[in-house]
Design a binder for this molecule. Structure first.
Ligand code: ADP
Ligand code: MG
Length: 240
């Protein structure tokens, strides 16, 4: 088993004018290939910063970040975009779909970024949509014609259509009702069983309990690791 993610003493300091905010204070973290981990912590503890750095959307101020064994800490922006497209799928709390594009066009975006011809894209789009429990009748709808839970499934399809090695999800159930949240987590568990490595940020213990390991973040540091209580995973609890 390889290490999909490795962070060594990662710091992030945001500078806004003369104000400095230390968002990460020396984070060490290893996520092995095939693992499904979650990260919990209070608002402002650095969860999104951590995920954005792993997802090549942001750079650390210092420290080392390795993805699939490759040092990505000092890549150019062009290289970061290339490796993000190659390695990573990202799912956000607010779905981040493009509302003027159809569902099909949204899911195709990362394939177009790769320069894949149209004739090859359709099959992958349909496969990804099936994998997340979506329906072909959604393909020519606009995202805002779908429910929140359906939109998040489309966003997950867009994240996995490139067959990434790593799926990052920042509070993916934060805007969803319990039933939709359950569907999203069901999909994550299925993707993980198929070998996808997953890092999930969540406020919801019933979501974190579905993962294999929970890291607790506070003031930019990982201060504890806890074992999930599997019988308190949202897939096991009824009602809500
Ligand atoms: P979380 O996701 O756990 O709520 P964040 O990673 O978003 O935490 O934020 C960690 C800290 O960094 C907070 O104090 C936040 O205000 C600050 N921060 C986040 N992004 C920026 C930014 N782009 N510029 C300045 N400060 C930021
Ligand atoms: Mg956040």
């Amino acid at each position: 088993m390889g290490r999909t993610v490795e962070l060594v003493n990662v710091w992030k300091i945001y500078k806004t004018g003369s104000v400095e905010t230390v968002a990460l204070r020396g984070v060490d973290l290893v996520v092995d290939e095939g693992e499904f981990i979650s990260i919990m912590g209070p608002s402002g503890s650095g969860k999104s910063t951590l995920l954005n750095i792993v997802g090549l959307l942001d750079r650390p101020s210092s420290g080392i970040v390795r993805l699939a064994g490759r040092d990505v800490s000092s890549m150019s922006s062009t290289e970061m975009a290339f490796y993000r497209n190659k390695f990573i799928g990202f799912v956000f709390q607010r779905f981040n779909l493009v509302n003027r594009l159809s569902v099909r066009e949204n899911i195709e975006l990362p394939l177009i970024a790769r320069g894949m011809p149209k004739s090859e894209r359709y099959k992958l789009v349909v496969e990804a949509l099936k994998m997340v429990g979506g329906e072909e009748s959604w393909l020519y709808k606009k995202p805002n014609q779908l429910s929140g839970g359906q939109q998040q499934r489309v966003a997950i399809a867009r994240a996995i259509v490139t067959s990434p090695v790593l799926l990052l999800a920042d509070e993916p159930t934060g805007n969803l009702d319990r039933s939709s949240a359950r569907t999203v987590i069901e999909t994550f568990v299925k993707l993980n069983r198929n070998g996808l490595t997953i890092m999930l940020v969540t406020h919801d213990p019933e979501v974190a309990n579905c993962s294999e390991k929970i890291y607790l973040l506070r003031d930019g540091r990982i201060w504890n690791t806890v074992e999930p209580e599997k019988d308190r995973c949202i897939l096991e609890t009824v009602g809500g």
